[in-house]
Design a protein around this ligand. Structure first.
Ligand code: A4P
Ligand code: MG
Length: 210
């Protein structure tokens, strides 16, 4: 199993429900291959980046264990986007509003894996420049590094500190039991099925904070 950091973004519809629903869907997709979502950050509200006038985004990051090739994970992400109502064919503006955007940010223990394929680049090329990515990523993977530059996520976040002030937590993450570990970004975490994660057999952990 390889851990992947997945960035989630939404600024159309009930974005909080969409982001949480997408994490559940990723967990279910992982379970089909014997794995789970290992962690989910808090959910943050952030101003849109990229120059298009549009509503604020909700952003989060989940760590998913995946046993298959990265390309199959990308196909799964697209399928989850579609099932939440994203229709790429109707999108005419780059970096415009979307119901759900799922990006692979980093891969491998500590982010050590790189991938450059026709339709997939890991790390995501803009991940380390963006506070709306780095702040939730620092909740769940603060010590992961960019495989090319070696920069740690938490240090990259301090580099974009001015932008990061505009990225504010609005909801707790979800916690999921995963082979004895539990993940949490926030104190009242629930598992991906909506139960209180602290009641589960593998409850524990704390809030890494951002
Ligand atoms: N692709 C290549 N590498 C990857 C990867 N690591 N993860 C390809 C996911 N996809 C990857 O993506 C276009 C194509 O990129 C995919 O078909 C895949 O083959 P897309 O999701 O259709 O389009 P996109 O999301 O508009 O492109 P991109 O470049 O991922 O956009 P960004 O960089 O994610 O920017 N502001 C705030 N506050 N919060 C946001 O979430 N998001 C964006 C989108 C702009 N501004 C934002 C936010
Ligand atoms: Mg995308």
């Amino acid at each position: 199993m390889t851990p992947f950091a997945i960035g989630l973004g939404s600024n159309l519809g009930d974005s909080l429900a969409i982001v949480r629903g997408a994490v559940r869907a990723l967990d279910q997709a992982g379970q089909r291959g014997g794995s789970r979502v290992r962690a989910m950050s808090r959910v943050y509200r952030s101003p849109p980046v990229g120059g298009v006038e549009q509503p604020a985004f909700l952003n989060a990051v989940a760590i998913l264990e995946w046993g298959d090739a990265p390309e199959s994970l990308l196909a799964t992400l697209h399928s989850v986007e579609r099932s939440h109502g994203r229709d790429r064919a109707s999108e005419s503006i780059r970096w415009g509003p979307r119901v759900l955007d799922l990006d692979i940010l980093l891969a491998g223990e500590d982010g050590s894996i790189s991938c450059v394929a026709q339709h997939l680049t890991i790390p995501h090329p803009r991940a380390f420049d963006r506070a709306f990515v780095l702040k939730p990523l620092a909740d769940v993977a603060p010590t992961w590094r960019h495989p090319a530059t070696g920069e740690r996520v938490d240090l990259a976040l301090s580099r974009v500190a001015d932008d990061a002030r505009l990225v504010v937590p609005i909801a707790e993450g979800l916690a999921a039991p995963c082979r004895g570990t539990m993940v949490c970004a926030g104190d009242s975490a629930r598992d991906v099925d909506g139960r209180d994660g602290r009641d589960g057999p593998s409850a524990g952990g704390g809030s890494p904070g951002a």
